[in-house]
Design a protein around this ligand. Structure first.
Ligand SMILES: Cc1cc2nc3c(=O)[nH]c(=O)nc-3n(C[C@H](O)[C@H](O)[C@H](O)COP(=O)(O)OP(=O)(O)OC[C@H]3O[C@@H](n4cnc5c(N)ncnc54)[C@H](O)[C@@H]3O)c2cc1C
Length: 373
């Protein structure tokens, strides 16, 4: 039987990033993934955006703490840059002013954000229908993330550090013996001292396998589709989001990615788009923009998994020794992965978190699994 210091379950961005950091610290790590491809589930289905003004306070802090990694990844991490600029514009109708004001108040005097009126927003995105929106919030620090390069970069780091990836290896059972876990999969059993639960939408299910605490994880389906752009879009064309997150559009390789920003509860599964969500999406998009959607070129859905307060869940289980949670990244798991994995790796290794996390305002109390009890 193969034996490791640490077994990380789930090879999405959460599992790949923490596994890479643990091998860099000299640990013998195995990364178990039930699919035949790492990143098949939520990680491979994201909108690939870095939006430092999006999400709960701790998410914003984790995004800030991740920024330097995206801008200056380690040598040979990826062939090209991980970031390319993508301004984010949140448009507000006259009846949504309260939501706009709330966001402005939260941002304080952040120099990377500003507010524009209707002529200003239509200059930035001329597709916004005349008379639809009265103002918009601009996040100038928004970026497009090369998700594949980020994910593959972590996987490459992991393998070159001696890590073992096991694909088509669904963890079926976990049993604790005095000093180690026995991990049962269809084809083999593995031993490891610590288990890291990075199973995405399946994380609570995995927790229940070992009778760990219930974290109340709720997978929520989000739909996306690709349509033709009405004309060539300039490089400055912004991702444009409804201020109350009812829809968004984003340029994507000459086309437009559109989403109804749905959040439908789901069991953990291989999420698929529903026709109704696509129809709702088209309706909202056609109301807000001078766009007539003739054909959906492609469509997909993925699960964004949240606990009650919308923040990630990290930390060793309080009920089961050697079982570490790395779950609940919701709609922010890509943009926070560099900092969250650094934080989790330090905790797993029993080290103090890097000072830059505190400098960015990351409060560990907002991440700990114990906050949920
Ligand atoms: C439409 C959409 C748009 C998004 N846009 C953005 C965005 O712009 N920016 C951003 O930061 N985030 C975005 N997100 C969210 C982001 O994609 C997620 O937060 C992130 O991918 C979660 O990563 P993960 O590794 O936790 O989960 P996953 O990628 O789902 O990985 C978990 C893995 O665990 C495996 N697994 C589960 N159970 C087992 C088991 N028993 N044994 C072995 N393996 C197992 C699964 O097969 C899976 O591969 C978006 C998500 C969606 C759906």
């Amino acid at each position: 039987m193969q034996s490791f210091d640490i077994a990380v379950i789930g090879a999405g961005i959460a599992g790949a990033s923490v596994a890479a950091r643990l091998t860099q610290a000299g640990k013998r790590v195995v990364l178990c993934e039930m699919e035949n491809q790492a990143g098949y589930h939520t990680t491979g289905r994201s909108a690939a955006i870095f939006a430092p003004t999006y999400g709960p306070t701790v998410i914003r802090a984790l995004a800030r703490a991740s920024q330097s990694f995206f801008e200056n990844p380690p040598e040979k991490f990826s062939d090209g840059p991980l970031f390319s600029p993508r301004q984010i514009m949140m448009i507000s109708r006259a009846d949504q002013t309260a939501a706009l004001d709330k966001l402005i108040a939260q941002m304080g005097d952040d120099p990377t954000v500003s507010v524009v009126d209707e002529p200003g927003l239509r200059e930035i995105n001329p597709l916004v229908r005349k008379g639809y929106a009265s103002a918009a919030f601009l996040d100038h620090a928004g970026q497009e993330i090369d998700v594949s390069a980020l994910h593959q970069g972590f996987l490459r780091q992991f393998k070159s550090g001696g890590g073992t990836v096991m694909l088509k290896t669904e963890v079926l059972a976990l049993a604790q013996h005095s000093t180690h876990w026995r991990i049962t999969t269809k084809d083999r059993d593995i031993e490891a001292g610590i288990v890291v639960n990075a199973a995405g939408a399946w994380a609570d299910k995995l927790g229940q396998m070992v009778e760990a605490e219930h974290i109340g994880l709720l997978p929520k389906r989000r739909t996306a589709a690709m349509i033709a752009a009405p004309h060539k879009l300039g490089p400055d064309f912004p991702m444009t989001i409804d201020i109350e997150e009812q829809f968004y559009i984003k340029p994507d390789a000459g086309r437009l990615l559109i989403s109804p920003a749905d959040e439908t509860l789901s069991a953990p599964c291989d999420a698929q788009p529903e026709e109704l969500d696509i129809a709702i999406c088209v309706d909202r998009i056609e109301k807000a923009f001078d766009l007539s959607v003739r054909r959906i070129e492609s469509k997909w859905a993925g699960l964004r998994s949240f606990v009650a307060d919308g923040a990630p869940v990290t930390g060793f289980s309080q009920r089961v020794d050697g079982f570490y949670w790395l779950a609940g990244q919701g709609g922010y798991g890509i943009q926070t992965a560099p900092a969250l994995s650094a934080y989790a790796a330090c905790e797993i290794l029993g080290e103090a978190p890097a000072a830059e996390l505190a400098l960015a305002g990351v409060d560990p109390n907002d991440l700990m699994v114990t906050r949920l009890s």
